[in-house]
Design a protein around this ligand. Structure first.
Ligand code: THU
Length: 130
C-alpha cells in the first residue's frame, strides 16, 4: 500500500466533530515499517491532536525513532500544510533532507523537505553554552 493510500484510509477514522476537517498522515521508517495517524479533537481543546502527531506517536510506541518518508492528506483546496507544532514534531524524528508530501483528495501534491518546512529550526545545539 502506498503512503497516500494508507493516509487516505486512516483519514476516514479521523474524529473531527468541531472542525469537520479530517486529516490523515502516514510515515515510513528506515526499516520499511508504516505508521499512520488521524486527527482526534475534543471539546475542551477543539484543535485536538493532529494526524501527523498521531502517526509519530504510533511510531514511537512501536520503538522506532526515524522517519524516512511521510505524507499528509486532507480534503483541502490545495495540498494540506502541517501546522507549526507538527513541523517541530516531524523535525524531531527526521533529518533536514527527509521528504514529506502534502496532498489533497483531488490529486494535488506538493513535496517538501523538512528544512523547507521548518527553516531555522530550533535544535538541541541551540542549548549549547560553550
Ligand atoms: N490538522 C491536522 O491534523 N494536521 C495538520 O497539519 C493541520 C490541521 C487538524 C487539527 C484539527 O483537528 C483540524 O485539522 C483543524 O485544524
Amino acid at each position: 500500500m502506498t503512503l497516500y493510500d494508507a493516509a487516505c484510509k486512516v483519514r476516514e477514522n479521523a474524529y473531527a466533530p468541531y472542525s469537520g476537517f479530517k486529516v490523515g498522515a502516514a510515515l515510513r521508517t528506515a526499516t520499511g515499517a508504516v505508521f499512520t495517524g488521524c486527527n482526534v479533537e475534543n471539546v475542551a481543546y477543539p484543535e485536538g491532536t493532529c494526524a501527523e502527531a498521531g502517526a509519530i506517536a504510533a511510531m514511537c510506541a512501536a520503538g522506532a525513532r526515524e522517519i524516512a518518508e511521510m505524507l499528509v492528506v486532507a480534503d483541502s483546496p490545495s495540498p494540506v500544510p502541517p501546522c507549526g507544532g507538527c513541523r517541530q514534531k516531524i523535525a524531531e524524528f527526521a533529518g533536514p533532507e527527509m521528504r514529506i508530501t502534502l496532498a489533497n483528495l483531488g490529486g494535488a501534491r506538493l513535496e517538501m523537505t523538512v528544512a523547507e518546512l521548518l527553516p531555522g529550526a530550533f535544535g538541541a545545539g541551540h542549548m549549547d553554552k560553550t
